[in-house]
Design a protein around this ligand. Structure first.
Ligand code: SIN
Length: 279
């Protein structure tokens, strides 16, 4: 098998073929995949088949595993692997679609995960795509006046912002102490590997901007989100069975789509990888 890495859009995403991550991967291949991850921000590694422990082993090629906050989605037999499913319901009976609405994962951590990895186990026939927008491009294409306005600003991130349109499933009580009440991160961050700047916003977690009145902060965040989520910044991933998709939370927002037949099942394994505090 020979490894191929092919861009999926002009700015975000690359498809990887010709590798079976359940087999030993040599150092040159590991280094090539890691470089491609930083360059393309999303890698879609096709035709993989993993048990949960095999997936954990495979993703360690890209870093150390991060313990996800809400243990209610952990697989009992392999708790560092969580699941994404359309078959869970809120206590009031409404269906829970994990990941709806643009966000970056676990930005309410002091050291948010650098990457999230999903492995498609069962998919609906049509729909259920994941959309990604590239926050390097979002930053780089801001008008100069807006760049000057956001430089040095810091935002307060919490588990669930009171401004969030999306409701999250409550934290498992055993985890409340592990998850900080609130953390502060810069709105413009620099990628620790590429040195590129990106916007770091999260409509689900950001409660406010330090030192800014709420109406002004919310209006600025809305403006930044509208700019970031333009189609020209997007790569839309159409899942295929066996995909292992890893994305860079440091420079992307993503969202899931609950636009498919809910009688069908959408089920993926999810692992996150440790990151560093945004600067
Ligand atoms: C997530 O936000 O982690 C889930 C994304 C998806 O299900 O497509």
């Amino acid at each position: 098998m020979s490894l191929s890495i092919t861009p999926l859009s002009p700015h975000t995403g690359a498809e990887v073929r010709g590798v079976d991550l359940t087999r030993g991967i040599d150092e040159a291949t590991r280094a090539r995949l890691n470089r491609a991850f930083v360059e393309h921000s999303v890698l879609v590694i096709r035709d993989q088949k993993f048990s949960p422990p095999q997936m954990l082993d495979a993703v360690r090629l890209f870093g150390e595993v991060f313990e996800q906050h809400n243990s209610r989605f952990a697989l009992p037999e392999c708790p560092l692997v969580h699941y994404i499913s359309n078959k869970d319901f809120f206590p009031d009976g409404t269906r829970y679609i994990p990941g709806e609405g643009y966000h970056t994962d676990h930005s309410n951590d002091v050291q948010p995960p650098k990457a999230t990895v999903l492995h498609a186990v069962e998919l609906p026939d049509v729909g259920g795509d994941t959309q990604f927008v590239n926050m390097h491009r979002a930053y780089e294409t801001l008008p100069d006046a807006t760049k000057a306005r956001v430089e040095g600003l810091k935002a307060v991130h919490v588990y669930q912002s009171r401004h969030s349109a999306r409701k999250l499933m409550g934290l498992d009580p055993s985890r409340r102490e592990r998850v900080p009440e609130a953390v502060i991160h810069p709105i413009v961050r620099t990628h620790p590997e590429s040195g590129r700047k990106s916007l770091y916003i999260n409509p689900i977690r950001i409660e406010g901007i330090v030192g800014m009145a709420e109406p002004e902060a919310l209006s600025l965040l809305d403006e930044l989100l509208a700019h970031a989520t333009q189609l020209s910044h997007e790569y839309r991933h159409k899942w295929q069975p066996g995909d292992l998709t890893i994305w860079d939370n440091r420079c992307l927002l993503h969202k899931a789509n609950g636009d498919y037949d809910m009688e069908q099942t959408r089920y993926l394994y999810r692992v996150m990888l440790r990151g560093t505090a945004p600067v």
